[in-house]
Every structure is written in C-alpha cells, then in structure tokens.
Design a protein around this ligand. Structure first.
Ligand code: ASP
Length: 439
C-alpha cells in the first residue's frame, strides 16, 4: 500500500510539530511520500512564513530595508534546526534567496521558498530523499497547471523511490521561473503526487479532526463528517467550507484515490474520508450545511413571460455583457430571479437594469440585497422523503422567512435564500433538526 501524506503549515510550524509529524510518518511504513507546507502559525496571532516571505520580497524588490524581515524568516528555520539537532545549514540557500529577491525573481518565487526550505529540513530529519517541486510540477507558459506533463515526469521520477519529500505549493514554468498555486495550494501538490504514484490513499494532515457538519463559529461543537463524497464536498466548498483547497480534488479524483483528512495533534482520530462514491449511509440525512452572505436577487416580472421564446436568454445576455456571473436562477410563471454576488453587481447595477429594460421590456424589476444562501448537502436526501419539508418547518419554527428555494437536479443539495440577519439562526435551526434531534 502507498500513502501520500501532506502536512499543513500549522502541522510543521515548530520543532515540536516536526516531531509529531515524524512520529506519524514512522508509525506506518506505507506513508512513503511526504508533501510539506511552509511553517504556519505557532499561536493564533503568529505570522505564517509564506506571509513573511511576501512582505520581505515586497521590501527587497522595491529597494527598501529588508534585512530584519529576512532575519526573522531565517530565525524560524534555525529554531527548528537547533531544537531538532539537525546537521544541516540553510546559510547557502539564504544567500541565493537574498540575491534572487534583490534581483526581482518574482513574488511566486519568494513565496515558494517557504515550502522549499521546510522540505529540505523535513527530508533531512526523516532521512528521505528531497525532490525540488520545480523539477516535477509544471505550468505552461500562460501559467496554467500542466497536469499531464507533471503526471508523466513525476511518476517516472518517483517510481523507483521508496520514499521522498516533495515540497508543496509550487512548480516551474517553461522558462524555468517559479510559479505557485493559489494560497493553500500544497493540498493540490499532495493530490498531484498521489495521482502520479497511484497511491492507495492521500492523507491530508491538518489541525482539525476532519470536515465538520457545520461552521464551528456558528454551531457549538459540531459533529465531524465521517465519510463524504467528492461531489458533496464540492457543493460545500463552493459555499465556503475551507478545509481543503477546492482544486485539490481533481487530480485524485481522476484515479479514484480517497482522501483522509486527519489531525496532526490528535492522530488517534479517524478524521474524514473523502471518496468518489460510497455505499456507506451518511450518519445523518444531511452530510453538511454551509452558507455565504453577500448575494443580491434581481427579480424580473412580465406577464406571459413563459410563452416568450428566448426571454431567459435575453435577460442572461445582459449579465454576460456586464461580466457578472450568475449563481442561481429560480423562476415562476411570470417572474424569474437572477441571484448574483452583491459585490460584483453593485458597481454595474444601473447598466444591468437599463440592459434588461432594453432587452425584454419587463413590467417590473425588483432588487433585493443582503441575501444569504445556505446549501444543505447530502447524498442521503435522494432516498429520504420529506427532507425539504423538515428544513422548512425548522426554519418556520425559528421564525425565518425563506426568500428562495433551489433544489439541484442531482437531489444532492437544497439551496435556501434567507436574509443575512437570519443567516446564523437558519444554520443552527437546520443543524439542530438533522443532527441534534437526529430526524
Ligand atoms: N504556504 C502556502 C500558504 O500559506 C501554501 C500552503 O500552505 O498550502 O498559502
């Protein structure tokens, strides 16, 4: 069995965390390929090394004083080296990094050094081979990740090895410059490595014991989801669940490799399994509840709109021209609503209204802002009757007015729109009915 293990920034923030990570890796000989992040926060108002690097690069590339910033970064690594008693020095690496910063090697290069240096230390500590991600992860000349070239080169490179450390977050462009994924992108590297080596499992170690049913800032002590499908997670991620980088699902999904989210500080917890599909029943009808604020509903009314061929297209064309993406589109006989992100809409509001008037001559247009959308997601909803009924009675009991309902055709999710003021109350009410009361 081969397991690829990725450790997030907080899992590798200090020597103490490095020890926990090594214990986890050494306790299972299947854990052969390791993808580290840069050192993250050691305490809540600490600064991540990645952010320190961005700041240091900004100063150095503008010709401002940066020595103290570079020194603070060097100190983070040197503390780990000293406390672990490693016989490795990063002095030469820091000389190169400094020269590249002054020579304006780019923000991405700067940020990538966090994972690069941490990878060198972790490989040294574990006694594993270090493989620079620049040699095995590729982007094309437009900066788009080149999945197939990466998969080919990486699988050839890793196939003869019994173990290795490959730093997360970055790769190289055809002109040899360094390019990073978006923030949190080490999750993607872990997934790419798992695909390349055809791993049996991709373990993603973080500081939470898995994906929670609801946001712990809203629901007190929510339950952990034991098993979730890729599709369910996509729906929840779209609505703001941030356990795992959204794009990290694609590489492993191609090979059907399950992902296991685990807690470095509580390795005894089983965490969450993310799988392609499962015959395992979800613990509750609803797998997860997520939501986001900041939406606007534009409702267009016109008698007999349903018989006017091309009506929807003409309305949507206006949004397209204004480059506003559409989130949802519930409709009635003589009305249709277009739900968009408020921040995108506000700047172009009058342009949109004029465009709709011109294109379809509506009887009325109504705009309602400050809407929150809730996604109630669960593979169990398809086979359980009355889920929608339970959701709406829970909301009615909590005196929450429902402004919009949209059930995905896959019956995997129900989207409910409420006013922003009711957002937290609505999440709690739905959590209670399905999880606390266990209906
Ligand atoms: N170090 C990078 C960040 O802070 C990437 C990662 O941790 O996944 O975003």
């Amino acid at each position: 069995m081969i397991k690829v293990v990725k450790f997030g920034g907080s899992s590798l923030a200090s020597a103490e965390q490095f020890r926990k990570v090594a214990d986890i890796i050494k306790s299972d000989s299947d854990r052969r390929f390791v993808v580290p992040s840069a050192p993250g926060k050691r305490f809540s108002d600490d600064t991540k090394v990645t952010d320190m690097l961005y700041e240091c690069y900004r100063a150095a590339s503008k010709g401002q004083e940066y020595a103290h910033l570079m020194e603070a970064i060097r100190k983070r690594y040197n503390e780990i080296i000293t406390e672990l008693g490693l016989e490795v020095s990063l002095d030469k690496e820091f000389e190169i990094i400094e020269a590249c910063f002054v020579g304006k090697a780019g923000r991405d290069y700067a940020a990538s050094r966090g994972e690069y240096l941490n990878g060198i230390l972790l490989a040294n500590y574990l006694g594993y081979e270090f493989i620079d991600a620049a040699e095995v992860v590729f982007f094309d000349d437009k900066g788009v990740f080149d999945a197939e070239k990466t998969n080919k080169v990486m699988s050839e490179r890793l196939s003869g090895l019994s173990n290795a450390v490959i730093p997360g977050f970055y790769g190289s462009m055809p002109n040899d410059t360094i390019k990073t994924f978006s923030r949190g992108g080490s999750d993607i590297t872990g997934s790419i490595v798992a695909r390349a080596i055809k791993a049996d499992l991709y373990e993603n170690w973080t500081d939470a014991s898995g994906v929670l049913v609801a946001d712990p800032r809203i629901v007190h002590n929510p339950e952990v989801i034991h098993t979730i499908t890729y599709k369910e997670l996509r729906e929840l991620a779209y609505m703001g669940f941030a356990v795992f980088h959204e794009d990290a699902i694609f590489p492993v999904r191609k090979e059907g490799i399950p992902i296991n989210i685990r807690n470095t500080n509580h390795p005894e917890d089983a965490g969450t399994m993310i799988v392609e599909s499962t015959s395992k029943k979800a613990d509750y009808t609803v797998t997860g509840i997520a939501g986001k604020k900041g939406f606007t509903a534009v409702t267009i009314e016109k008698d007999m709109m349903n018989s006017e061929v091309g009506f929807c297209r003409k309305v949507l064309e206006v949004f397209e021209k204004c480059k506003i993406s559409i989130e949802h589109m519930p409709s009635g006989v003589d009305t249709m609503s277009v739900i968009v992100q408020q921040a995108e809409f506000e700047a172009k509001e009058q342009e949109v209204l004029a465009g709709i008037h011109r294109n379809v001559s509506p009887d009325a247009i109504e705009i309602e802002s400050d809407i929150a959308l809730l996604a109630i997601v669960g593979r169990g909803m398809k086979s359980n009757r009355g889920t929608a009924g339970r959701i709406f009675s829970a909301l009615a009991h909590a005196h929450i007015n429902v402004k919009m309902i949209d059930q995905g055709s896959s019956e995997l999710n129900i989207i409910v729109g409420v006013s922003e003021a009711d957002f937290e109350k609505a999440i709690k009410a739905i959590y209670d009915i399905f999880v606390t009361v266990r209906l």
